[in-house]
Each structure stands twice: as structure tokens, then as C-alpha cells.
Design a protein around this ligand. Structure first.
Ligand code: C2O
Ligand code: CU
Ligand code: CU
Length: 468
């Protein structure tokens, strides 16, 4: 007889009670693994947010925060259309919530304090239970004290497997994150007002899956899927393979209709990119992935071809299956306009060093903050089922990756570049850019709408939209 770990977990929870969970440190609880170690039919995880010393700068220890004491955080794997249950435990000194970025889920599971759930206080747990309708590369992170909690390491990948998995010889997660550390590995101030009022405070140490410029082995001659995730709080990556042919197969989790050749793709904070790469047949070949800034190409990391560990599939590259998004009804759409602006003078730094300044506005309003007793008015209210067209205008000299919860939108056009419409949950607006996005408001709730440069959202560039 096989005892499923899921049953153990359930029984365990029932008999021990949630409180005693803290006595034993669960790491990843993943159930029904098949022989390859892939989860098959059930998915259950216990995620604990806690302090953890991490070696980011070699030879030093940084007082970081992590999920289950690890960085990179456990990869949550869900299957499209199959419910997933994640027990979250807060072992931090602060309240928090977990948000599942890009997932079209029930508002009660969206993880925004006060707007969709009560904060999870230190020592408390919360059961996140939802079904992912869309397959793709998503991620998870807290939605409280975000400058500190994300900046110190609470970010992780959430992979939703296609109902009919696509054949790749290798499927790699490439999590990009910078850290603001000094040479001794101590955290530098995570937000500096004069940077928060501009492009954001950048990290000093860049990592790929927690490592400095790693070289990752890949099977020679294989077809690999690279899932890039910009888990950083501020940085824009300009991904390029330079001379190597590679194809974009999904943008921000959503498959593109036909694979598109990758030249340079700008990926703002929170954004993702899935790339398919046919590797050379010979072993020992190195392929560099670059951050391309104008004429300059800066190495992010490398792949190195090695002898395949198993027979190659020899499958040709095909488009990923589309996700089941509702069809836009543009002729009868409701139109909304959003102006993103700079709010003016820098206010003095508060004595405790907190960034509570207002630097940014959406339609002349800065985020007023949330509490149990005060909820600002929504930026807009749209009727359930209606198609919404949003004209976005970045009237500032800095880029803003604009993200909306609860829905996936289609990027229709921009005045800065040719757009072949694609679906996304975050659109990067360059300085002075105007772009148009549209979606069907089919998910009722109060959905955050904000810039994913964490300091920008904290200093004004945040609001919410009610779908009712
Ligand atoms: Cu990753 Cu409110 O977002
Ligand atoms: Cu989100
Ligand atoms: Cu911004």
C-alpha cells in the first residue's frame, strides 16, 4: 500500500492542529511524484516565510528572508485546471500575504492585504487554494512590506504545466534577482528616495537562481525551454542571445500564437519570458545570455552543452497551446484612460528612513494606503463581463512595468514600437510611451493595478479596479 503524502499532510494537520506545525520545519511537501520526480495528479505545498542566512556574496552570510529556508524558493508546480492547495505559514516578524502573480484566480486567494484577505500575522497560517486556468511561467511574492520582503528574498517561481505537456529536452527556470549588499554581505538601504523618485534603487549584486554568473549544463543537440523570470524589484533586463537563434514562445506566462525570433526583449520587474532554443550538436559549446544595453552586451550567465543524459526527443518546435482566455468584444468596449505622472518635489527622508513619500500618481491620485478600516476608492469600476480598453500614458521620463491582478490583457498597440498583439499581465511602458491594452472583465473583485517597480508602487503608482 502506498500512503500518499497528501493524505499524511491532511491527517497530520487534522490531528496536530495548525499550531504544532511550527514545531517541525516542513520543507517542500509535494505529492504523488511519478518516477521522474515530477508531480502527477496532486499538488500540495507547505511554504514558510522565515529569516535565513544566505551566501550571496561568496564567503559572507546575508540576513535574508526565504521560503522554507531556501533561495531560490521552492518552485511551485501546478497543473492547468487542477486545484492546488498551498499552506502558507508566516514565521517572519512582520505581517504578510502571498500573491500569485499572473494567475486568474478567485479574489479571496489573490493575497492583497485588506483588499482580498486579512494580513497573515507573525506565527499565523493561511491556506491558499485555487485552480490555475492558464498554463505558463508565473511567480509568487508577498504583497505587504514589499520593499523589504521581496528585496530580501521572498520571491519564487510558480510553474503551471500545460494540460498536454510540450516536449522539451530540458526545461529550465532562470530567476533573475539583484541584491543590495555591501562587500560583507550586509544589506544596504533597500530604497533610496532619490532613486525611488526615478528608475528605482538598483541592486549591487546580480544573481541567476541565486548564483553569480553561473554556467548551466544543457543537453547538446536538445531543444530547451528557458523560463526567464525577472524577480527583481526594480531592474529592467534587456534579454538577448546576440548571435544565437532563439524563439520567444510565451510572454509573461501567455503563449504567443507563433514563436517569434528573439532579438532583444525588455523585461521589467515582475515580467517573464519563455524562450525555446535549439542547442548545437557538439558538446562543450558555450552560449551566453546577455543584457543588451544599446551597443553594449553584458553577460548574465551561460549555458554549456554536455552529453545528453537521456535520448533526445527530436521534436520540432511548435507553438504552445493557447490559454482559455475570453474573446474581446472591442466594438462594445468601455474605454478608460490612465495617466502615469511624476508627483513633484522630493519630500525629506523621514527620520526612520522609511519611504513614505509620494513621487507618482495615476490619474492625479497617489495610492492612499490601505487598512482594515479605510479602503481608498477604486480607480475605476467596470461591469462584469464587459470588454475594457485601457489607454495608458506614461507621462514620466522613467519606465514603468504596469501590472494588473485577476485578468490577462492583450497589448494592442504602442506609439513607440510595432506591436503584434500579445497577451500579458504586465506591460512595460517606456518613458513617454502610450500603449493600449484590452481585456474582458470576467473576474469579479477588487484588483490591484500598479507599477511593479516596488518603490514606485509604494510611493504612489498603485490603485485598484473594481469588476462587479
Ligand atoms: Cu506581482 Cu501586485 O503583483
Ligand atoms: Cu500580480
Ligand atoms: Cu514605475
Amino acid at each position: 500500500m502506498t500512503i500518499k503524502r497528501r493524505d499524511l499532510l491532511k491527517g497530520g494537520l487534522a490531528s496536530m492542529g495548525l499550531a504544532s506545525l511550527s514545531a517541525c520545519r516542513f520543507s517542500l511537501v509535494q505529492t504523488n511524484n511519478d518516477d521522474l520526480g515530477h508531480p502527477s495528479s496532486d499538488y500540495d505545498y507547505v511554504l514558510t516565510a522565515e529569516s535565513v542566512p544566505l551566501e550571496i556574496v561568496p564567503g559572507t552570510q546575508s540576513p535574508a528572508l526565504g521560503f522554507n529556508g531556501e533561495f531560490p524558493a521552492p518552485v511551485i508546480r501546478a497543473k492547468q485546471g487542477v486545484p492546488i492547495r498551498i499552506l502558507f505559514k508566516n514565521n517572519l516578524q512582520q505581517a504578510t500575504t502571498i500573491h500569485w502573480h499572473g494567475i486568474r484566480l478567485d479574489i479571496k486567494m489573490d493575497g492583497v492585504p485588506f483588499l482580498s484577505q486579512d494580513p497573515v500575522r507573525p506565527g499565523e497560517s493561511f491556506l491558499y487554494e485555487f485552480t490555475c486556468p492558464d498554463a505558463g511561467t508565473f511567480w509568487y511574492h508577498p504583497h505587504m512590506h514589499s520593499v523589504e520582503q521581496l528585496g530580501k528574498g521572498l520571491v519564487g517561481a510558480l510553474i503551471v504545466e500545460e494540460q498536454t505537456p510540450q516536449a522539451f529536452d530540458e526545461d529550465l527556470i532562470i530567476g533573475l534577482k539583484d541584491w543590495r549588499l555591501d562587500k560583507q554581505g550586509q544589506f544596504l538601504p533597500l530604497s533610496i528616495p532619490r532613486h525611488a523618485a526615478r528608475a528605482g534603487t538598483l541592486g549591487t549584486v546580480k544573481t541567476v537562481n541565486g548564483q553569480l554568473k553561473p554556467t548551466i549544463d544543457v543537453p547538446a543537440g536538445g531543444l530547451v525551454r528557458l523560463r526567464f523570470l525577472n524577480l527583481d524589484s526594480s531592474r529592467v533586463y534587456h534579454l538577448s542571445l546576440k548571435d544565437m537563434q532563439a524563439d520567444i514562445i510565451a510572454i509573461d506566462g501567455s503563449p504567443v500564437e507563433t514563436p517569434r525570433p528573439l532579438s532583444t526583449h525588455d523585461m521589467g520587474a515582475g515580467m517573464r519570458l519563455d524562450v525555446a532554443l535549439q542547442l548545437p550538436e557538439s558538446t562543450g559549446q558555450e552560449i551566453t545570455i546577455y543584457d543588451n544595453k544599446g551597443r553594449g552586451y553584458f553577460e548574465i550567465f551561460r549555458l554549456r552543452t554536455t552529453t545528453p543524459k537521456r535520448a533526445l526527443l527530436n521534436e520540432p518546435l511548435t507553438a504552445l497551446p493557447p490559454n482559455p482566455l475570453p474573446t474581446l468584444d472591442l466594438p462594445s468596449a468601455q474605454t478608460l484612460h490612465f495617466e502615469f505622472e511624476w508627483a513633484g518635489a522630493l519630500s525629506p527622508v523621514s527620520p526612520d528612513g522609511k519611504v513614505d513619500q509620494t513621487f507618482w500618481t495615476i490619474n492625479r491620485r497617489a495610492w492612499e494606503g490601505l487598512s482594515a478600516t479605510s479602503l481608498p476608492a477604486p480607480l475605476a469600476t467596470v461591469p462584469l463581463g464587459k470588454t475594457v480598453i485601457m489607454h495608458l500614458h506614461n507621462a514620466t521620463p522613467h519606465g514603468h512595468p504596469i501590472h494588473m491582478h485577476g485578468i490577462i490583457f492583450t497589448v494592442l498597440k504602442s506609439d513607440k514600437r510595432e506591436i503584434d498583439p500579445f497577451q500579458s499581465d504586465t506591460v512595460l511602458l517606456e518613458r513617454n510611451e502610450r500603449a493600449t491594452i484590452a481585456f474582458v472583465a470576467d473576474n469579479p473583485g477588487r484588483w490591484m493595478f500598479h507599477c511593479h517597480v516596488i518603490e514606485h508602487m509604494k510611493t504612489g503608482l498603485m490603485g485598484y479596479i473594481t469588476i462587479a
